[in-house]
Design a protein around this ligand. Structure first.
Ligand SMILES: [Fe+2]
Length: 196
């Protein structure tokens, strides 16, 4: 088992950032984890795009890198000192995959928001990589999460499984306060049944 497989297997149960021993359990990957393994094992984190999808919400730019059936991979770029307020995606099971910058993810567990990564891990290693390279967290459907972005900005991938089989953009499947006036307008239109 290589390093990537080991890290992905840690999220098969959806919650813990490190593998836990389980007795008498037959591990079955949820679809989003199985797809993430397939995607990463293809040899490239960012393969040629199959759809030119770019969207913006507030301080965040999103690029669809890959879309296949109910799955997609999206690169998210965050402006320095931006803030993703707590929200959930009722129809999306996803993995957030750290790429670069200062990203402080939080996730709701037992009714309170907790930090995902050790802030002390956001350091440069002697070989030039960030100690958090390949770190990831799973956001289960509806599970609230948030992020604070530091002065350097940040970038992450989200590997998504859309339970309705129709991937669009996560800001449209949003349970939480809007991130910008434009975002509020999109959410209001969807609430009113208007296609935008
Ligand atoms: Fe989200």
């Amino acid at each position: 088992m290589n390093t990537t497989e080991l890290k992905l297997s840690a999220f098969a149960d959806g919650q813990e950032p490190t593998p836990r021993p389980r007795e008498n359990a037959v591990p079955v990957d949820p679809p989003v984890v199985a797809f993430a393994k397939l995607y990463i094992s293809n040899g490239s984190v960012i393969p040629p795009s199959v759809m030119a999808g770019v969207s913006w919400v507030g301080d965040f730019a999103q690029v669809v890198l890959h879309r296949e059936g109910p799955f997609q991979v999206v690169l998210c770029l965050c402006r320095p000192n931006s803030n993703i307020t707590p929200h959930g995606h009722p129809t999306v099971d996803s993995l957030a995959f750290y790429i670069s910058g200062q990203l402080d993810f939080q996730i709701e567990r037992d009714g309170r928001m907790v930090n995902v990564f050790d802030p002390g891990g956001m350091i440069e290693l002697p070989d030039g990589r960030c100690a958090l390279n390949q770190a990831m967290v799973r956001f289960m459907p509806g599970q609230r999460h948030a992020a604070k972005v530091g002065p350097l900005g940040g970038a992450f991938l989200t590997i998504q499984h859309w339970l309705d089989g129709k991937p669009t953009s996560v800001e449209r499947d949003w349970d939480g306060a809007p991130l910008s006036p434009d975002h509020a307008a999109v959410l209001k239109a969807r609430e009113d049944g208007v296609t935008v």
